[in-house]
Write a protein of this length. Sequence first.
Length: 59
Amino acid sequence: MGFQYAPKRGKGSHTALYKETPSGKRLVIIPHRKELAKGTLNAILKQAGITLEELEKYV
C-alpha cells in the first residue's frame, strides 16, 4: 500500500500514516482500538484511497 509511519505529532490514542501520491501527500489517522465501528473503518479506507478487499490482502 506504500504508507509510512508519520512521526509522532503529540500525545494521543491515534496513529498517523502517510504516503506521497502524484496529487500530494495522503494522511490517514487510525485510532488505537481493538474494534473499529463500520463507519470509522469506511472513513479510514476512503482516506487511504483503498477498498476493503485491498486491505484484506495485507491483513
